[in-house]
Design a protein. Structure first.
Length: 370
């Protein structure tokens, strides 16, 4: 468009660019890079230029953030880095107003630039401010003399201001996303804390019951056998009173480790309460449960205080599936634990340091839920 365009022609053009800018600012579906490319395309179109770039600068280098080209010239690509002094942007960065140079060879600030003979003939640029300093530049260039095109620094200032607002919004979004991610991670850690006993690092009582309901369901579906064992550290209250709670905590952690090492990988050990632990033994015959109890007792005995081995009392309830009907798993789990608890009380009454079964034969699920 000629620089001698009539006022109506200029008005139509300005209305058009305002419409394009207004449309772009309402686009919420674009990623930052795509949004910037759209704005750069508007800038290049406005000045009938070949290329428009948003660049990040420091005292030494210029890095291309995004670049738009109409395809007529070889343009820089996002991520390209060059020496700042080799570009016209080095001059733009020090100016408070846009640098408008339709013919760089005749411009007072660019004609003496060391790269004027190899850089584009037409250049329009403006500094981008962010965080109180010059963050980068918005530049529009053309290989041909641009004197015949509209030379409007107001449009360039407007585009720069929109970019600066976009950068601030992006930072806010990043901060907000970071806050959301931190909250999610914190929430996950809190959930994990609820599921893990911090002292012994075993599953907590809350996690235990969620696990048992699922596992019992699967075991019944395959007509399996299993057992629940309830363990109690003998004379633990006396240990705490005599040696202090710090020593008691050491014993609890040692017992937890011994129990994990005594069972199979697919068995489940959890802290039930205080000095009590619960062990889930799926697909295990009653005769095998006795052997597991022996291994657990032997492992715990390696934990000692004053050279005296720690002992445990164990009550267990072996069971088997005998029904294809819908089973109330929460009730079944409660019943099995109650039976194991009764057996544990019997083991305590018989002098501790022993394992007692709740019955001579495995109980059936039907018998404890009906």
């Amino acid at each position: 468009m000629s620089s001698h365009a009539s006022d109506p022609e200029i008005s139509v053009l300005q209305t058009s660019i305002v419409g394009r800018i207004q449309h772009l600012t309402r686009r919420k579906d674009l990623e930052f890079s795509e949004w910037v490319k759209e704005l750069l395309q508007i800038a290049a179109w406005q000045f009938d230029a070949d290329t428009a770039c948003l660049s990040r600068i420091d005292n030494v280098e210029l890095e291309v953030v995004e670049c738009y080209s109409n395809g007529n010239v070889v343009a820089k690509k996002a991520g390209d880095v060059v020496a700042l002094g080799s570009t016209f942007c080095s001059v733009t960065a020090g100016m408070s107003k846009p640098l408008m140079a339709p013919d760089t060879r005749k411009h007072e600030k660019l004609s003496g630039h060391r790269g004027v003979n190899r850089l584009p003939t037409a250049y329009w640029g403006v500094a981008i401010h962010y965080g109180g300093i010059v963050w980068g530049t918005l530049s529009v260039v053309a290989d041909a003399d641009g004197s015949q095109h509209l030379d409007n620094d107001g449009i360039l200032t407007l585009l720069a201001g929109i970019l600066e607002l976009k950068l601030e919004n992006e930072e806010y979004r990043e901060e907000l996303n970071g806050a959301h991610e931190s909250y999610r991670q914190l929430h996950q850690r809190l959930e994990n804390l609820q599921e893990v006993d911090l002292l012994t690092e075993l599953p907590s009582r809350q996690a235990l019951f969620d696990y048992l309901y699922r596992e019992l369901n699967q075991l019944i579906r395959r007509d399996g056998e299993g057992a629940i064992a309830l363990l109690d550290i003998d004379s633990f209250r006396a240990i705490n009173e005599k040696y202090g709670h710090e020593e008691g905590d050491r014993i609890l952690k040692g017992v937890a480790t011994a129990l994990r090492q005594a069972v199979r990988n697919y068995d489940y050990v959890a802290r039930y309460s205080g000095q009590k632990f619960l062990v889930w033994l799926p697909d295990t015959l009653q005769s095998e449960v006795v052997k597991v109890c022996e291994r657990m007792s032997e492992g715990v005995a390696l934990c000692a205080i004053d050279n005296k081995p720690i002992t445990i009392s164990i009550g267990f309830c072996a069971f088997r599936s005998d029904s294809e009907k819908q089973i109330p798993y929460d009730r079944a789990v409660d019943k099995l634990i109650n039976l194991a608890h009764n057996a544990l009380a019997e083991a305590k009454a018989k002098g501790r340091n022993c394992a007692i079964s709740a019955s001579k034969r495995p109980v059936t699920i039907t018998s404890i839920t009906h």
